[in-house]
Write a protein that binds this ligand. Structure first.
Ligand SMILES: [Zn+2]
Length: 501
């Protein structure tokens, strides 16, 4: 058995979960559900980022301590992921002791390696980004390029991580590990950042006390990146449990949005090199789901609450849309109309319609008992192509391709039924053969679609007569043609995806 470790970014608790958070978290959930079907031992990690100036300020404004404030918001993320049927194996909060232990260990290693040094920093700083900007990066009038708000000028004694020393080593490493960052155009973006020259970055603040003190100089508090990024190690037991750490590290995929490429694909590997820690095996970089052409964010005023969309299209309808509509890595344009159109075409008219018509014909022509498929069914080749395409898609962190391959079997089966018109044929061996084939295709579709629409897949699984948990199926065996035994009771049930008009 292989291990497969996937992370989302930890989400900053200054705002409640929005569509952008949900997007990455659903991609990770589908990817890890697929990996479990493939028989791997999986660790899927998400969590919350709870330190920093913004939290300190937000807590103050709410009349709370930072800990009280974060204790209120963090469970909202955990709850949102439950509602979206996210099967994460761990949820890390940066205020936990296990995280502090890992941060202290990583900082000390980089300090001992001579890559963290004291200096003075003066610069223009966006509080909302927690990021200094150069004059070239700012918009005219000293406005933050993301928040379009006036930045502050800060000057203070900081420790710096000497990122500038790592340019050649990073380029060498990426040259030796092609394909580590997916998709390719995002890898080019990361390499461009490294080739463009690397500036040392600040790792501490004295102006802040909501954070983890530096182990060798506790009047400094760890600032942003050494705190946030290290969560990926903390959750493996780094700095605490050598066995679990070596079991799970290096991570298979860090799933991130394109706005944090610099931190995840440049800062983080350099920090790990300095500390003598193995680098991640992969990064999957997603685009933004844009609403009216703007990034989804609370500060932009265009936040869409994913939990409200569930009321319209259901959990699986929402999950399917974000996975299938936009190729991972490119920006998508989110709209309610687009969501409903995708739902109606792929779920109501295709998947839902196939399940309903199969159950109806089996009830009318086969006495409600599902017949066995033919070994030489014309659908067998479509099933095998669907599995191969799905496997390739998930392996490439390309959910939209994996689902298109899966849906190709749904389309082929609907076309097969329309060609054979079993509803017009007298009951007998001919109808049994066609319906056995259709049931077998539906069985395979359920398994392949499970990572995206887990609840629906389980429902279809039960309606075609199985009583087991579909999550216990194992690929590739479960995708091999001929697994439907025949003789099972088929039930119709309510519409899986009622059409939205
Ligand atoms: Zn900003």
């Amino acid at each position: 058995m292989s291990r497969f470790y996937v992370t989302t970014p930890i989400y900053y608790v200054n705002a409640e979960p929005h569509l952008g958070h949900a997007y990455t978290t659903i991609v990770g959930d589908a990817l890890t559900r697929w990996s479990r079907l493939m028989g791997n031992e999986v660790k899927y990690l998400t969590g919350t980022d709870e330190h920093g100036l913004k939290i300190q300020q937000a807590a103050q404004a709410a009349g709370q301590t930072p800990q009280e404030f974060t204790d209120e918001i963090a469970p909202k993320f955990a709850h949102a992921w439950e509602r979206l049927n996210i099967a994460n194996d761990d949820f890390i909060r940066t205020t936990e002791p296990r995280h502090k232990a890992a941060v202290v260990e990583l900082l000390q290693r980089c300090y001992d390696a001579g890559d963290i040094e004291l200096g003075v920093y003066s610069g223009k700083y966006c509080v909302a980004c927690e990021e200094y900007y150069t004059d070239e990066e700012l918009l005219p009038g000293d406005l933050c390029p993301i928040h379009k708000k006036l930045v502050d000028t800060y000057e203070e004694e900081n420790y710096f991580f000497r990122l500038s020393r790592f340019q050649d080593r990073l380029l060498d490493w990426y040259a030796a590990h092609p394909g580590a960052i997916k998709p390719d155009h995002r890898a080019n973006e990361a390499l461009g950042l490294i080739r463009g020259g690397l500036r040392d970055f600040s790792v501490s603040r004295t102006s802040l006390d909501w954070g983890i003190p530096l182990p060798w100089d506790p009047k400094h508090v760890t600032y942003v990146w050494f705190d946030a990024l290290t969560n990926y190690l903390s959750a493996t037991g780094f700095g605490d449990n050598e066995q679990t750490y070596t079991d799970w590290w290096p991570v298979d995929y860090h799933l991130i949005g394109k706005d944090i490429i610099r931190h995840h694909c440049v800062y983080w590997p350099a920090m790990l090199m300095s500390a003598g820690v193995e680098l991640p095996k992969g990064w999957g970089v997603g685009g933004w789901l844009l609403v009216d052409g703007e990034k989804m964010a609370k500060s932009g005023g265009n936040a869409v609450n994913p939990l409200e969309l569930i009321d319209t299209v259901g959990v699986d309808g929402f999950r399917y849309y974000v996975l299938a509509e936009t190729p991972y890595g490119t920006d998508g344009d989110f709209s309610y109309e687009g969501l409903v159109a995708k739902y109606n075409s792929d779920l109501a008219n295709n998947f839902g319609n196939l399940a309903a018509r199969v159950a109806t014909v089996v009830a009318k022509k086969c006495g409600g008992i599902g017949p066995a498929p033919r070994a030489d069914s014309p659908l067998a080749a479509a099933a095998s192509a669907a599995f191969e395409g799905a496997q390739r898609g998930w392996n490439d962190v390309a959910p939209s391709k994996a689902l298109d391959a899966t849906w190709s079997l749904i389309r082929a089966t609907n076309a097969y039924l329309e060609t054979n018109e079993p509803w017009k044929t007298e009951p007998g061996p001919e109808v049994d053969a066609v319906m056995g084939d259709a049931l077998e295709a539906l069985r395979i579709v359920s398994v392949l679609a499970f990572p995206a629409v887990p609840q629906t897949a389980q429902t279809v699984w039960e309606r075609i007569g199985f009583t087991s948990n579909i999550a216990d199926q194992r690929l590739p065996d479960s995708a091999a043609w001929g697994g439907y035994p025949g003789g099972l009771t088929v039930t119709k049930g309510d519409s899986l995806f009622p059409r939205i008009t």
